[in-house]
Write a protein that binds this ligand. Sequence first.
Ligand code: FMN
Length: 189
Amino acid sequence: MSTRPLVVAISGSLRDGSYTRMALSHALTASEEAGAETRLVDLREWDLPLFDPDDRERGDAVQLKRLVEAADGVIMGTPVYHGMTSSALKNAFDYLGKDEFEDTVVGLLATAGGGPYAPTLEHLRTGIRTVHGWTLPHEVGIQGAYNQFEDGEFVDPDLEARVHKLGRMVAEHATGGDQSPTCRVATSD
Ligand SMILES: Cc1cc2nc3c(=O)[nH]c(=O)nc-3n(C[C@H](O)[C@H](O)[C@H](O)COP(=O)(O)O)c2cc1C
């Protein structure tokens, strides 16, 4: 059995040539370099009907839940749609909850056109904390994403470094709840 942490990235864009997917692939490369096993969830390949709380196990939902529950770290990536997350990512997320995210380190990434990405990252942060995931303070927003890649590679080395840092940090902190560092408080008795 592998002792390497598992980092799963979920890409919220269904678009061919998605910049979100490209950025997540780079982040996962950095996770691998930091010692993690990785898996990219490309939602184009998953059968996840519109979430219905009366039937939470439709399509590939159980598989998705198992994968995310097994993950020690998750990277959530979304395009900015009308200042929010994509419906594809939100729909996948609705199938998941505390069972999957408790004690899970989560990195956040958003790609935008000409507008701001901060509100989208905030939505993601709030959602992840609601299901008891541990969001990292290092987040990545990519504005003008259509100008940031050439043949799948970053044109801006600083942005590439930020994305790699995200993947690396998720892997480094993805040790699971039992192995998290404990906080020791000195007492005077
Ligand atoms: C329905 C829709 C809504 C969008 N809304 C915004 C927006 O509010 N602000 C923004 O900056 N870009 C917006 N965009 C542009 C995308 O965020 C941008 O192109 C993103 O990089 C696409 O990611 P992808 O390549 O992974 O699909 C929108 C695109 C679509 C299709």
